[in-house]
Design a protein around this ligand. Sequence first.
Ligand code: ARG
Length: 459
Amino acid sequence: MTKKMWGGRFEGAAAATVEQYTQSESFDRALYREDILGSKAHATMLGKAGIITPEEARTLCTGLDQVLSEIEAGTFVWKRELEDVHMNIERRLTEIVGPVGGKLHTARSRNDQVALDFRLHVSARLDVWSTALARLVGVLAARAEEHAKTLLPGCTHLQPAQPVSLAQHLLAYAQMFRRDHARVADCLKRVRVSPLGAAALAGTTHPISPAQVAEAVGFPATFANSMDAVSDRDFALEALFCGSVAMMHLSRLCEELILWANPNFGYVRLPDAYSTGSSIMPQKKNPDVCELMRGKTGRVYGALTAVLTLMKGLPLTYNRDMQEDKEPFFDADRTVSSSLAIMADMLAVLEFVPEAMRRALARGFLNATELADYLAAKGLPFREAHHATGAAVALAEKKGVALEALSLDELRSFSPLVEQDVYAVLEFEAAVGRRNLPGGTGPESVAWQIAVLRAWLAG
Ligand code: ARG
């Protein structure tokens, strides 16, 4: 049995089941880069502060570099009985550099060490999410620009409501993902705070410089309270919330694409690369990527809920419960990163079917609001205009025709204010074209929205 690094006061060994139960090496080895980065920063700071000699600091850093290359080369032997990534790395370092390896942990505890590692990891992954979100916004803006003139039924209650441009529809998602990006940026301010120097919980008597360590790892701030530093995980919770909201947004887009791919809508044709067939029904082309993305949203909410629950009611400061914070984040990150990337890839090549959208427009009386607004503009109180229009729709529905197919006399039977100019007003292009106030679906508003997004992406 390998002697535990904390084994000074222990005579007996841990039960094999306990060793397996308590270890985190099987998953936290994913943090080796962050662990080595943090340890090098710590060793360098110890050297500068005169807590160890500059020579010893250099030896430790060179040794840590060797550990890093062994891990990356696949020659590093991970030992489960060493519990976690921190002790695996420190043990190998000591084998390489000798007893001086034992000095690395001066003025440090695994409690501040793991908090730094995890913060570095979350920080790096949030950078990946940010890049993926920006790319997705870029793809949506590009597809919107192609389809500024493509019209489709905009829905409320999933019922045809008013005509909108496909551009406007896509840009709605661009706004969601842009906000997700902003949320991540804001979250990063609180992730990038170095806890190193908090030690076990109370700080340390050694004359260390937490600020030097923070600077070396690229964090702009250091902890303000040692007890908070080792026991706070709200940075991870915020990240998981950001991921959850982004997945929620993706799931809505997925849901729409699934509907749109249904032949009853037929607004999109799924690229072969992003759909699958059925093993029994030869005609089928299933939107599995969208369905899975919609489904995987649950995993990310699950991760958020798991970490919220594990943190609930924990007394200060570090508690071993907190080792359970990593796997949910790793899993959520795999889902969020891959989903954002795949959605951008898929949207870039998705085939829209403007003719199908056009056919759907003709079916839903989507210009009814135009008639009501037309009458209201001629002085009829809107409630009366609404009522008269409703009656016109009922007639058209009974006859099985569109509103604009009713004759002038028929339309005038609902209000004498109707004149020949009504037909131009009822055209879908005109309906969309009149909505150019900022944020509207009109082409000028859409062009402005795209320009603002482009400027943001460039900046
Ligand atoms: N594997 C531990 C974790 O992930 C590292 C910190 C252990 N600290 C301790 N005092 N046992 O939380």
